[in-house]
Design a protein around this ligand. Structure first.
Ligand SMILES: [Zn+2]
Ligand SMILES: [Zn+2]
Length: 453
């Protein structure tokens, strides 16, 4: 079940067949000939014999439908789709133009680049990225429409720029990856209420959750009061209500990024006290409480000092803090976030300040997983050599002995005598009888497994 990481949502379908030994070598781009994002569900579940690998909504959300291992039913037969990944693009305007948005074009380019990387297509040409009617015009289709077809060259150019290492535009938000705009403790909502209320003191800065553009700065209405509207790149349009005035709101058209101040908490409009009412206006889960959690996560809060903020692993926060040189107080606050960012940058990771699986694997590599059997076997010797930073050949030679002696604090003469054995036992905290017995081996195996030798 392979889908691009760009797909933020997947649907189940039975409308697919075997690739009959073919592997994907091209992306066939389609348009839906419809402005309804319900086309994704239609492709997955309608009784018609049509499906697609992906459906790209006009909100730029990419939905995975047919796993890439399987042939989608999109272009009119195995001869076309057997070796293709297909994408149906929901249009942003109706006939005759059948346009799509710039954000959709960007996702198509990112998808082409991602496929090239994963399937080894190399630099892309227009044989890798083709329109439906270029491949199969037998039905007289105009797909992918007068707007999209002439832009396939641009998609290829942009995809090759991405492949060449230029920074890609922001990816669509993954489920619950965007930061929340204010530090808060208990978000609330109630029946018939179309957003989430974050109780926070008056004047608290409201910060942007990611890259986007301010599209509204106004007295929204008698319910919402003074409000900011932000259109996030490839993401939702979000309304931030009940602000005290317009003072903290940037001008319409201002580009924002994660952490940019976009307003302040207040209580104007229909409000019983200072709070931020945040509401999704477009995209998944429009106007619903659940919709918020499609984009935002409680565990990422701008500027908060909560113990969970930024730590998305089960690793105790204090351990992370010790590793990155932050005060190990167990609170994943702004200082820890900054130190994690610096550590990530120094270790070739995405420096987002969030402790996720990639950071955890790099920071706390898995141990050798030795059997704790008290035997001095080759596996234990090799693991010891890895821990000592010498060639792991499984032989206890002078180099290994010297490194071991240095580690346990005895004279590094490369000769294994009783002093070295006792030094090792002292280092391990076991009885110092100078023998290489099972207790010593077991203690060593435990320490090697824990990465603490
Ligand atoms: Zn088509
Ligand atoms: Zn509210």
């Amino acid at each position: 079940m392979t889908f691009s990481v760009l797909a933020t949502r997947t649907l189940a379908t039975t409308k697919h067949s075997d690739r009959q030994g073919k592997t994907p070598r091209r992306l066939i781009i389609h348009h839906c000939g419809s402005t309804s994002n319900g086309n994704a569900e239609f492709l997955a579940t309608n009784s018609a014999d049509t499906s697609a690998t992906y459906c790209l909504l006009n909100t730029a959300v990419l939905v995975g439908i047919v796993p890439e291992e399987l042939r989608p039913w999109t272009t009119g037969g195995h001869a076309y789709d057997g070796d293709a990944i297909t994408v149906e693009s929901v249009n942003s305007t109706a006939a005759p133009e059948w346009a799509v948005t710039d954000a959709q074009l960007e996702v198509l380019a990112q998808l082409a680049a991602d496929l090239s990387t994963r399937y080894g297509w190399g630099p892309l040409t227009r044989t890798n990225v083709v329109g439906h009617r270029e491949v199969n015009s037998s039905t007289g289709t105009i797909c992918p429409g007068p707007y999209l077809l002439p832009r396939l060259d641009d998609i290829v150019t942009r995809a090759n720029t991405i492949l060449a290492g230029a920074p890609p535009a922001a990816a669509p938000p993954q489920n619950g990856t965007a930061m929340l705009p204010v530090p808060f403790s208990n978000p609330t909502t109630y029946a018939g209420h179309s957003g989430v209320d974050f109780p926070v003191p008056s004047g608290t800065a409201i910060r942007a959750s990611g890259p986007g553009i301010v599209t509204g700065r106004r007295w929204q209405n008698a319910n919402a009061g003074y409000s900011t509207l932000v259109q996030y790149d490839n993401g939702p349009l979000v309304l931030y209500c009940h602000q005290p005035n317009l003072n903290a709101i940037p001008a319409v058209g201002t580009r924002v990024s994660e952490g940019t101040v976009i307003g302040a908490v207040g209580s104007t409009g229909r409000s019983t006290g200072p709070h931020l009412h945040m509401e999704i206006m477009s995209g998944r889960g429009v106007h619903t409480y659940a919709g918020i959690w499609n984009y935002f996560t409680r565990s990422r809060v701008v500027g908060a000092g909560s113990s969970s903020n930024g730590n998305r692993t089960k690793r105790p926060t204090a351990e992370i803090q010790r590793l990155v040189g932050a005060n190990p107080d167990g609170i994943y606050g702004p200082d820890t976030t900054a130190k994690v960012r610096a550590w990530q940058g120094a270790h070739s990771l995405v420096a987002d300040g969030v402790w996720g699986p990639a950071s955890d694997a790099k920071g706390f590599p898995a141990g050798p997983n030795l059997a704790v059997d008290g035997q001095w076997g080759v596996a234990t010797t090799k693991a010891l050599q890895v821990a000592l930073g010498v060639a792991a050949d499984g032989q206890i030679g002078p180099n290994t002995i010297r490194a071991l002696q240095a580690r346990v604090g005895v004279a590094a003469d490369g000769i294994m005598g009783p002093n070295t054995s006792k030094g090792l036992q002292r280092h391990l905290g076991v009885a110092q009888d100078g023998q290489w017995g099972p207790d010593t081996a077991r203690a060593l195996q435990v320490r090697l497994n824990a990465g603490t030798f």
